[in-house]
Design a protein around this ligand. Structure first.
Ligand code: UTP
Length: 247
């Protein structure tokens, strides 16, 4: 059985001042909080045990999602004491993860909700150590950008300037990992703004000659990081109302 992990301990400064009062993962896309769409996608992929990483002040997320019973999943809340970056958020959950697990960012909106099913079976069939869901991105400065050979990732650069980007393929905030990622995170050096970035930990795995692969995701992906993104996600949702039908 594969467990799920949803990082939701960020500060959401780009969505301020709303995020002074409400975690951005609880802002609505359609009739549901953006993180609720992620929980539903995990349930659809039979990921029934999910750890949610929250910051010490984000009680709103557990107030909203509760035990998970409403969604047919079991939720565990893990606290990231300090906002030290996404890799550190993942490491905060090490004690509740056994081996293989899937990470989906709690502020990302995807359609169709079946996006995880294919990625999990692809990872298993390939016997990979890490599999990244990637998309062709408009703005390379917002993503971890990959260099690839076949389906292998040979390099990944966190938020490069356009002239340094090795491609237009960027991480979509969906990852399948084996437990070896935790060791890689521990050996990751702080990067931009002194934070520990997940692409830098993935680079450690690549340097260790672990099998790190990618799959291009079909469908819609909106990283709800700014008010404009939130509007885009809602526009898309209401223009495609049938999207609440999970398949
Ligand atoms: P972002 O990179 O969007 O950062 O996080 P942020 O802090 O939430 O937002 P800004 O940059 O201040 O506007 C992507 C996802 O990773 C989580 C966030 O909650 C979000 O779901 N995250 C980020 C953590 O859980 N911990 C961190 O230390 C950083």
């Amino acid at each position: 059985m594969i467990k799920g992990l949803i990082p939701a301990a960020g500060s959401g400064t780009r969505l301020g001042p709303f995020t002074n009062a409400i975690p951005k993962e609880l802002l609505p896309v359609g009739e549901k909080a953006v993180i609720e769409h992620v929980v539903e996608a995990m349930k659809l992929a039979e990921v029934d045990e999910i750890a949610i990483v929250v910051s010490p002040h984000k009680h709103g997320i557990s107030d909203y999602l509760g035990s998970g019973k409403r969604f047919g999943v079991k939720l565990t809340y893990v606290v990231q004491d300090e906002r030290l970056g996404l890799a550190n958020a993942v490491l905060s959950a090490e004690h509740v993860i056994d081996d293989r697990f899937v990470v989906v960012l709690g502020d990302n909106f995807f359609f169709p909700k079946s996006f995880l099913i294919d990625l999990i079976s692809y990872h298993s069939n390939e016997n990979a150590e890490a599999t990244l869901g990637v998309i062709e991105v408009e703005d390379v400065t917002r993503h971890g950008i990959i260099r690839s050979k076949g389906n292998y990732i040979t390099d990944i650069i966190e938020k490069p300037s356009p002239d340094l980007a090795p491609s237009k393929l960027g991480s979509a905030g969906i990852y399948i990992f084996e437990a070896s990622i935790f060791d890689a995170i521990r050996r990751t050096k702080p990067g931009i703004k002194g934070e520990f970035h997940l692409p830098d930990s993935i680079k450690v795995m690549i340097d260790d000659k672990k099998k790190v692969i990618y799959k291009i995701l079909d469908g819609i992906h909106i990283d709800v990081g700014t008010p404009m993104d939130l509007m885009k996600a809602n526009n898309w949702y209401y223009m495609n109302k049938q999207c609440d039908n999970p398949l």
